[in-house]
Unconditional design. Structure first.
Length: 516
């Protein structure tokens, strides 16, 4: 039975931490390989632990600051299937923002890994069923401050760990272009809600391509900003060093508007952000003279792509030559190793951050979502068998690597990431942007219920060769539609130097006009 302590007003309350008994301490020693041969030593450690827990009690009794919830709202409702075209939405609501602002009149969807206070959150997984956040993520507050109107939570993939759109526990999110095909993930619902015309713009999240993949396969615009440009505060973390939130929209102008509204330093609440960064009026500076600018078509980014995808992207990119842009072929062999470098970070790192760190992680300064951590701790302990196949793979790999190799490969991958990032940086000193296909192939068919696990894993994880490298390097990367093959959209990816998000948007805006 848990011990009780008397409060200041004489009220009894439960202790924050139950003190272990001596036998539990012995078992702890056995589990971690410690030897306490003397019984007195066991007793001394047990007593000292009890004293140390007094500090934990102080922490538990203290009132911590939280994120503001500035705008009133009702909880909304779960849409019926006939009111949820292509399964784009998890939850519908209507939260009006400020009466004036940059986003006045704009309808906005929020990816369901981002907290909206009082509105249920699933993150694509039954593990979070019943969870209702008590905070607004920083991007939510900024959207509302800018006059945006939030219309709900868009579906995302199970724990955001899939590049396809079949892992959500409510069922697949279908591609409006062809409902039998993947709409891409993990920001599947955001892309589909935009394509359906339900919203003008939406928030997406990107750790391996999860903004750009659905943007490419659905045929909209999606920007993964420079790492840290947009605060991640109040969103579920997959792995702290690759977490990005960013704008998705039907066109480049709306994408720039949303970025302008959400970018900027978050007063130390998010350790991903440098305090010295500056943000621009992205939406006001899109139309510029690009003559004399240099664009590099990255050869390794075209390698292994379907031939029609290569042709459409090259043809679209070369149209910028009409504007005086110097379009040249460039090579960076290390790009081919980008996914390999990303893999231990996204597996070992996600296991430590999303699973053992309960969707927030450890060892970073900033705001910690306590209620989310509590919910995920309980859910992983009770219902871990309910996770999707890609998450099962991550759990198996992450636990195996931790047990047998510790952080050896994670550390090496992070060190190699420095090498890869510097290689991109060097190339981007010569070229204003790099261009390649967003994805190696067009939207595939969704797997069926009888598909083998191997087929489902390939469908979920097989498309990230050009997207994942820029999650670990942190460079801004945008996907816009370059054309169609077999009536399916083909995405073109533009990559720029860090914090040159405006340059990326300017090239995208110019190309959008030429293509359309």
């Amino acid at each position: 039975m848990e011990s009780l302590s008397e409060g200041k007003q004489g009220m009894f309350k439960t202790s924050a931490v139950r003190c272990p008994q001596a036998e539990e301490v012995r078992e702890l020693c056995r589990s971690i390989g410690l030897r306490l041969d003397k019984e007195q030593d066991v007793q001394d450690f047990t007593e000292h632990m009890a004293k140390t827990f007094e500090a934990y009690q102080v922490v538990s009794d203290s009132v911590a600051p939280t994120l503001l919830v500035k705008y009133p709202r009702t909880p909304g409702y779960r849409p019926e299937p006939n009111d949820n075209k292509h399964n784009a939405w998890y939850w519908r609501c209507d939260i009006p923002g400020a009466p004036e602002g940059l986003l006045k009149g704009k309808r906005v969807g929020i990816k369901d890994n981002v907290c909206v206070a009082g509105v249920p959150m699933l993150n694509g997984s039954r593990l979070l069923e019943g969870y209702i956040p008590d905070i607004d993520a920083s991007v939510v507050t900024r959207i509302l401050d800018a006059g945006g109107r939030i219309l709900g939570k868009t579906h995302c993939e199970h724990m955001c760990y899939s590049g396809s759109s079949f892992t959500n526990d409510t069922g697949p999110t279908q591609n409006p272009v062809d409902p039998e095909r993947s709409s891409g993930g993990s920001s599947s619902g955001s892309a589909v809600a935009i394509k359906n015309g339900d919203v003008d713009m939406a928030i997406g999240g990107d750790q391996g391509g999860s903004i750009r993949i659905p943007a490419s396969w659905v045929g909209i615009v999606g920007l993964k900003p420079t790492y840290g440009l947009v605060p991640y505060t109040g969103a579920i973390s997959l792995e702290t060093t690759i977490d990005h939130l960013g704008p998705m929209a039907a066109n480049v102008k709306d994408c720039a508007l949303l970025l302008e509204a959400i970018a900027g330093y978050d007063s130390g609440l998010d350790s991903r952000q440098p305090s010295t960064m500056t943000c621009g009026k992205y939406s006001e500076l899109l139309e510029v003279d690009l003559s004399g600018k240099r664009m590099g078509l990255l050869a390794e980014g075209f390698a292994g792509c379907e031939q029609d995808v290569q042709n459409i992207v090259r043809e679209a990119a070369r149209k910028l030559g009409r504007l005086g842009v110097n379009v040249e072929e460039v090579s960076l062999p290390l790009h081919k190793e980008g996914v390999a470098i990303w893999t231990p970070i996204a597996i070992d790192g996600a296991y430590q951050c999303m699973v053992k760190g309960f969707g927030v992680g450890y060892m970073s300064k900033g705001y910690y979502n306590e209620s989310l951590m509590k919910k995920l701790r309980e859910s992983f302990a009770l219902d871990v068998d309910k996770v999707s196949d890609p998450v099962k793979l991550m759990l198996l790999m992450g636990s195996y690597m931790e047990k047998n190799y510790g952080g050896q490969f994670y550390a090496r991958a992070q060190n190699l990431c420095i090498k890869l990032t510097r290689a991109y940086d060097a190339l981007l000193e010569t070229y204003d942007v790099l261009v390649m296909p967003t994805l190696p192939y067009k939207a595939p068919k969704l797997p069926c219920a009888t598909s083998r696990v191997s087929d489902r894993l390939n469908n979920a994880l097989g498309m990230i060769q050009n997207t994942a490298p820029f999650d670990i390097s942190g460079h801004p990367a945008i996907s816009i539609n370059a054309g169609f093959s077999e009536n399916l959209p083909v995405g073109l990816q533009i990559v720029g130097a860090k914090f040159a998000d405006l340059t990326v948007l300017q090239f995208a805006a110019a190309l959008e006009k030429l293509i359309n």
